[in-house]
Design a protein around this ligand. Structure first.
Ligand SMILES: Cc1cc2nc3c(=O)[nH]c(=O)nc-3n(C[C@H](O)[C@H](O)[C@H](O)COP(=O)(O)O)c2cc1C
Ligand code: SF4
Length: 679
């Protein structure tokens, strides 16, 4: 498809030639240091540039004013110190032929006052945003005038930093908080009529254009329909777009449909796995036809076929594939090379975005090199040492990643797997219909392993003799774990979440599910039980349930629990199980009193994480050259493992993933990648 591929057609944006139609839209990965885009930030974007992307929109919501407190690691666009960092960032992207811009904003009410300078949060009217719980101060005229100037100052810094342009964020932030009847209740010159509600944006655009001149790209990422009774209609959105275009000050529109003031609303703007692909694409096509203006857009366009369709059918000029590039920054190069099957798929897990709202940096569930470019290469380099004979035991996410990486290093790899197929716990997770895409984590690795010549032996419960018969030089134990339900007296009557998810045991009529692991397995099993039609109570000792699930992942579970009247009890823990005839009695205590409640149910499900399946590791340990020891410094610095305390040992032995300790998919894959890329 590479020849005449509409996705690979250059796009002329004013004076700027974008080399193809692929872009990454603004997203704050929270890689900033002191509010500056330093090395980590630069390398992250440079990797996409290296991977052939035409345009990378850096930052997400770089803040133009100190009274727009950075809520999720946002860059400080209000600080002159940013300019030299921007120069390094833009040089690093330009070197690979990618255009680079930055999104700037004033967050308005979409932030918290307890960050940075502890300044009060501002908004057109004192309407609280559900997501950040902040009650904003109604902005005054002197603040408005100051912020208009600060937008221009920030844009000038972007230009001085060598960027190709800026994008103003106008969905859920201060600019469009003025537009929307949901957030602007003013009756002065800044509220009421659409002209008044647009006044602030038009003043900002005038100020920016006056400052940066005509040759700097200025775009607007704007909501063109809030899809909300209280908010802006599509008709008003198109009217706003036309007003903005008429100023002659903007060069592109990057369209958003929906509102973002709650997790449920945000998940329609940034749909997670299991939700419809490209839900707003046709809408964007309509706005493009109505305005005849350059239109960019991103919302779950995660595969190349959909992206190609968007351009070929004239719905978009530039296609945002943002999470797709977090999963694989080399998409464009692979399309050019005709290697689309090699693109690591974005499986919609939205681990990346949920992490930033929990105060962490964005990480991809199955690409641990993303955001760690300083230490881990996205392309596994061939080993320049001797080719080794490697045995990997277990074909879950950790084992498969180890096999892929060792294979791509050029080693000879045999994988022994007890089940009849690869995937381990991912196969269980993917049984939940709306999380079925997770299987892409397995399928992509199987494809890459095949290319690297890795051999698999399924239905092989590996014993020590099986491993030794292969004369290994490296053995990787990735045998995973098993559910640990033995945590209270009477636990022998309990069912595990795996039994429910695998359909080995059907949900009973009245079910109590105790979850103190607070991650997907407990919630996924709860969803399966609720969908089955059982009467379900989830009990957790936490302050709120499923604390390790981020806001966007929470939405679909919450919708299911709401629809099926699931009872959620926090601050309580299961302390024992008794049997009374055919009834099970859950004894429910709490960390806060001595009180014990009794629940009569038909089934008690326990989710308490896993314990490692490590027998084989301990059997092999005395025979290994390193006694299983890991040089932690070498591991974290991604260097080779040289510990060899046992001169009689004939192979190096390592343990990864849940076979060490139960964690998550990212941890398992990261264990494997950083160890094996240096072997
Ligand atoms: C980690 C992360 C942070 C984001 N932060 C911003 C932001 O600050 N500003 C913005 O306009 N969009 C932000 N987004 C939304 C993306 O630009 C994009 O609209 C969204 O990911 C949907 O596109 P996709 O399906 O191609 O990923 C963020 C997305 C992610 C994954
Ligand atoms: S975490 Fe999931 S949604 Fe985010 S980039 Fe990775 S695969 Fe895509």
């Amino acid at each position: 498809m590479a020849a005449n591929d509409p996705l690979l057609e250059p796009y002329q944006l004013k004076h700027l030639t974008l080399k193809n139609r692929l872009m990454s839209t603004a997203h704050e990965p929270a890689y900033s240091e002191d509010g500056m885009p330093k090395e980590r930030y630069r390398l992250y974007h440079a990797e996409k540039a290296k991977g052939g992307i035409a345009l990378t929109m850096t930052a997400g919501s770089a803040v133009v004013s100190p009274d727009s407190p950075p809520a999720f690691g946002n860059l400080h666009a209000y600080n002159d110190d940013i300019v030299p960092w921007l120069r390094e960032l833009s040089d690093a992207c330009h070197e690979h032929g990618a255009a680079v811009m930055m999104q700037i904003t004033h967050l308005g009410r979409r932030t918290n006052w307890n960050h940075s300078d502890w300044l009060p949060v501002l908004a057109p009217s004192p309407v609280r945003e559900a997501a950040h719980r902040t009650i904003p101060k109604q902005i005054e005229d002197w603040e408005i005038e100051r912020i208009i100037g600060e937008y221009a100052d920030a844009a000038e810094r972007m230009r001085d930093g060598g960027l190709d342009g800026v994008e103003l964020e106008a969905y859920g932030h201060l600019l469009d908080q003025f537009w929307s009847p949901a957030t602007n209740h003013r009756d002065d010159e800044w509220g009421g009529s659409l002209d008044n509600r647009l006044r602030f944006s038009l003043r900002v655009l005038d100020a920016i254009r006056e400052r940066v001149g005509p040759d700097f790209i200025v775009g607007m990422r704007m909501v063109a329909d809030e899809d909300w009774q209280a908010g802006l209609s599509k008709q008003e959105g198109i009217e706003i777009a036309e007003c903005l275009i008429t100023t002659g000050h903007i060069d592109f529109l990057n369209l958003i449909r929906g509102h973002i003031d709650s997790d449920a609303a945000l998940s329609k703007v940034i749909p997670v796995g299991g939700m419809a692909s490209a839900p707003h694409l046709d809408f964007c096509g309509e706005v493009r036809s109505a305005t005849k203006f350059p239109i960019f857009h991103a919302a779950r366009i995660s595969d190349i076929a959909t992206a190609r369709h968007a351009v070929a059918e004239g719905k978009l000029d530039m296609v945002g594939m943002t999470r797709a590039h977090i999963a694989d920054p080399h998409i464009a190069n692979k399309v050019v090379a005709g290697l689309e099957d090699d693109i690591r798929p974005c499986v919609g897990a939205t681990y990346c975005l949920d992490r930033i709202y929990e105060g962490n940096e964005a990480l991809c569930i199955h690409n641990p090199a993303t955001g760690r470019e300083a230490t881990i290469s996205h392309i596994v380099p061939a080993s320049n040492g001797a080719k080794k004979n490697c045995v990997v035991v277990g074909a879950g996410p950790a084992g498969l990643e180890a096999a892929r990486v060792l294979g791509e290093r050029g080693h000879s790899v045999t994988v022994l797997e007890a089940a009849d197929k690869a995937g381990g716990q991912i196969c269980l997770a993917a049984r939940v219909k709306r999380r079925a895409e997770l299987i892409g984590i397995v399928d992509w690795r199987m494809g890459q392993c095949e290319k690297a010549g890795v051999s698999f032996q399924f239905n092989t419960y590996a014993e020590m003799s099986d491993v030794m018969a292969l004369n290994p030089e490296v053995v990787i134990i990735a045998t995973g774990g098993l559910p640990n339900t033995e945590i209270v007296p009477g636990a022998e009557y309990a069912t595990s979440t795996w039994d429910i998810l695998s359909d080995n045991i059907k949900p009973a009529e009245r079910v109590l599910l105790f979850d103190d692991n607070a991650a997907h397995p407990g919630l996924a099993a709860s969803e399966a039980i609720a969908l089955y039609g059982s009467d379900l109570e989830i009990v957790t000792p936490e302050r709120f349930f499923a604390v390790d699930i981020g806001g966007l992942n929470h939405v679909k579970y919450a919708e299911c629990f709401d629809a099926h009247d699931v009872c959620i009890t926090i601050n309580k823990r299961l302390v024992g199980i008794e049997k009374d005839g055919n009834t099970l009695v859950g004894l429910i205590g709490s960390d806060y009193s001595e009180k014990i409640e009794r629940r009569d149910v038909d089934q008690i499900v326990i989710e308490h994480g896993t314990l490692p399946l490590d027998d084989l590791y301990y059997e092999l340990k005395p025979l290994s050259s390193n006694f299983g020891a890991v040089d932690i410094d070498a591991l974290t610095n991604v260097q080779s493992q040289a510990l060899k305390p046992n001169s009689d040992g004939t192979f190096q032995l390592f343990r990864i993933g849940d076979a060490v300790a139960g964690r998550n998919i990212h941890a398992a894959i990261y264990d494997a990648l950083r160890l094996c890329i240096a072997l």
